[in-house]
Design a protein around this ligand. Sequence first.
Ligand SMILES: *[C@@H]1O[C@H](CO)[C@@H](O)[C@H](O)[C@H]1NC(C)=O
Length: 425
Amino acid sequence: MGDKRQRMMALTAFLFLGPLATFPAGCFSAANQPSQLKKKSPQTTVSNRLGSSVVFPVQGNVYPIGYYYVNINIGNPPKLYDLDIDTGSDVTWVQCDAPCTGCTKPRDRLYKPKNNLVPCADPACIAMYAPEIPKCKDPNDQCDYEVNYADHGSSFGVLVKDNFPIRLYNGSSFSPRLAFGCGYDQKYSGSHPPPSTAGVLGLGNGKGSIVSQLHALGLTQNVVGHCLSGRGGGFLFIGDDLVPSSGIIWTPISHNSLEYHYSSGPAELLFGGKPTGVKGLFIVFDSGSSYTYFNAQAYQTTVNLLRKDLTGKPLKDAPEDKSLPICWKGPKSFKSVGDVKDYFKPLVLSFTNARSVQLQLPPEAYLIVTKQGNVCLGILNSAEVGLENRNIIGDISMQDKMVIYNNEKQLIGWTPANCDRLPKF
Ligand SMILES: *[C@@H]1O[C@H](CO)[C@@H](O)[C@H](O)[C@H]1NC(C)=O
């Protein structure tokens, strides 16, 4: 117990403070260029296929840690920050020495702003608020941000710009100045302990996300992907160098909702290869969520089918294990999902807009084995946690797959992969 950290999809919602200001023309400088790029004008690059990739080793796991994170250098001289990787939100933020309420890191591990606040009229502030417009009294006011997560946690602070030293996959090193949040007021949801990370790496498809910023600077394609290992760890990449040219299952990103998320659908739910009657599901792919969430109907159907299948098998309900809402115990304690997978059939999400586009969910993609040696269902009911009728594919269901979010082509793709080894540089 106490290991259940369920950071979920972030529903970005900014607070608009102050009256609407009009922005004087000429305020929009090109100060956002990385210094190394200034030598080369964009015209000198002939290739259409601009940019390379950045690859980051990933640490963490679904259970017991509850999230995957990367260590990222920020500043000059650079300092390392461990950031939760979140394709469900756009704002990157780091715990801030401002002073801070709700910072969990010791003071020397916090980010210290130094005359690098982003003014309200800066393109970076405007991008962060897009498609809304930041409201500020004076164009030189600081650019406040607020991000609220679906688990009721939040971060509030001010936008800053600093260097992100990176080495690209093609061997070149850059230190672009990117905008991110200096978070000096964090709230965490009461039901689980605050995450131990220094902040969040926002990888969503909004204009303010790190992915969009690197793309706007011509450094990477507007593509992000991850490979999360079921044994923990893995890698994250921005840019498309690591994406295999074949073998990927692609489905269009749908814009059926007002929210900016990596969503796709509609999909039908299959159990053991057979239709369940659950159809029309729109699915959000969210690396910021440890578990998978189904709407009440899909959830109840899944639970009923699993329970029916377990009759006569040596698994009994284990309500005493509070790791997750539904757990089962066996005759003796289990060590890994491998010990129980024969009792569980695969689930499949079959996308109806294209033939043979399926997301396979073998037992390893929806079960965990707890410290108590029980097996628990890693699919949760979104209605029970205030996510209404959303369907969210979380880390548990993306393990041992490469998952690619291609904003250039507006596609989400996946393929089974070995995520234990960082691809060769
Ligand atoms: C690597 O890619 C970047 C971004 O497109 C480019 O500016 C740089 O020249 C490339 N380096 C090499 C060695 O090709």
